[in-house]
Design a protein around this ligand. Structure first.
Ligand SMILES: C[S@@+](CC[C@H](N)C(=O)[O-])C[C@H]1O[C@@H](n2cnc3c(N)ncnc32)[C@H](O)[C@@H]1O
Length: 418
């Protein structure tokens, strides 16, 4: 291959340092970039630039361009940045061996969630899955690691090539067949299950209407109903009315952050609802309880995990802790006893005040509170602004809940239960 010209203008230092350079570093021929990176020279260069800090990119690029083609240097630095970003989802070890595209990093499932889902499919007896919309292979990898044979399909050529490179990089090529195709044209007969993770990003950011997913949710549901078993990954904010009657709906959080909802088909539990908390997993099953009653503020307050709230299982948690709601529209549970539960964080409430910044400031001063955690539900107050106004000082810590009690703006002050 002839040496490409070395006249590329330098990357401006400000963008290199600002953390927004990935798309600038990447070339307009990503298929070629991936091929370059997979060559022996590309792999060696990737190792060399692995730990390059953003602020050093310009200097490193200038040095490397003396001995390597400019487009390879750019591709390697761009890939190193993507790998660094992907470490949060895949762990540094896997991310350091995998290949990514900017969209692929954003859209891929984090390893913990993918492994949980793959484990559930395995428990259901699934040994082969058609992964429709495989992206760079986040789910396909977890499925293969659970011992499942995978047909991984994506219509985007660079994305499919990246998924193939990842299957090889992680030693899973024997279990993952990657196919570049439109999922609506793939025959999935013969697979124990289909998994669909539609693209939820349009040109202008996230897509909220499930029919605007690519492919649309209705297509994915049709594919699910035609297969022995299926799992569809969807946005956690999906309205419950959209869940088909044949599906079991599961909301999943990891480390307290809600990550996704999954519609399961063929689990033998149509209409069931569950919330699963990772790590664990800890799964709370819905029992169809009516909304909890509103009751007076007790000594303990429970903040349910986001997956519990999204799954509409606050009543199940309220029953577990023997509590009720502070307000009919707010997902804080109040109770008289400290009953630890994995599904909610418990607090002992020491004070209750009507919303009043001056009173809060005086109370915190009296208690020598220097570390203030502000939580809110049903309040428009900005936590940062409140913290600025009360200027907490002192050796103690406290949590203030900005909420409503019987419709009135209220502050509840407390500390986490041990
Ligand atoms: C959310 S990503 C999948 C992420 C993947 N589960 C992972 O963990 O890496 C969705 C993918 O669907 C692909 N896609 C969208 N519509 C498609 C279609 N009709 N046929 C095939 N692939 C499609 C996009 O190219 C994108 O890579």
């Amino acid at each position: 291959m002839p040496d490409p010209p070395r006249t590329r203008p330098p990357i401006p230092a400000d963008t290199a340092a600002a953390g927004h350079t990935v798309h600038r570093l990447a070339h307009n021929d990503p298929v070629n970039d991936l091929a370059l990176l997979l060559s022996p020279e590309g792999r060696a260069l990737l190792d060399e630039v692995r730990d390059t800090e953003p602020a050093r990119e310009l200097a490193v690029a200038t040095r490397l361009r003396r001995d390597h083609p400019a487009e390879l240097v750019s591709a390697a630095l761009g890939q190193a940045r993507l790998r660094q970003r992907a470490a949060a989802k895949f762990g540094a070890e896997d991310a350091g061996r995998m290949f990514f595209t900017p969209n692929g990093v954003e859209q891929s499932t984090r390893a913990s969630v993918a492994a949980y889902r793959a484990g559930r499919l395995r428990e259901l007896g699934v040994t082969s899955v058609a992964d429709l919309c495989c992206g760079i292979g986040g789910d396909a990898i977890a499925l293969a690691r659970a011992g499942i044979r995978v047909l991984a399909v994506d219509r985007d050529p660079v994305t499919a090539a990246t998924a193939r490179a990842n299957a090889e990089a992680l030693g899973l090529a024997g279990l993952i067949e990657v196919r570049e195709a439109d999922v609506t044209e793939v025959d999935t007969a013969g697979y124990d299950a289909v998994f669909v993770d539609p693209a939820r990003r349009g040109g202008r950011g996230r897509v909220f209407d499930p029919e605007a997913y690519s492919p649309p949710l209705s297509w994915a549901v049709g594919a699910a109903l035609a297969a022995p078993r299926a799992a569809l990954k969807i946005a956690p904010g999906i309205p419950h009315e959209v869940v088909p009657a044949a599906a079991e709906a599961e909301w999943i959080s990891d480390g307290g952050d809600v990550k996704e909802a999954v519609l399961w088909f063929g689990t033998g539990a149509p209409g069931a609802v569950r919330a699963t908390l990772l790590p664990g997993p800890r799964t709370l099953l819905g029992r169809g309880l009516p909304d909890p009653a509103v009751r007076p503020v007790g000594r303990y307050l429970y903040e349910p995990d986001g997956a519990v709230i999204r799954a509409h299982l606050v009543a199940e948690v309220a029953e577990e802790v023997g509590g009720g709601l502070l307000d009919p529209t707010i997902a804080y549970v109040t109770a008289d006893e400290p009953r630890p539960t994995p599904y909610a964080t418990g607090y002992e409430i020491t004070d209750r005040l009507p919303f009043n910044v001056k009173k809060l400031k005086a109370l915190l001063r009296e208690r020598e509170v220097g570390t203030l955690t502000v939580k809110k539900r049903g309040s428009a107050v900005e936590p940062e602004e409140l913290r600025r106004k009360v200027r907490p000082q002192g050796p103690n810590a406290a949590t203030v809940f900005l909420t409503r009690v019987a419709g009135a703006p209220t502050m509840l002050i407390g500390r986490p239960l041990r």
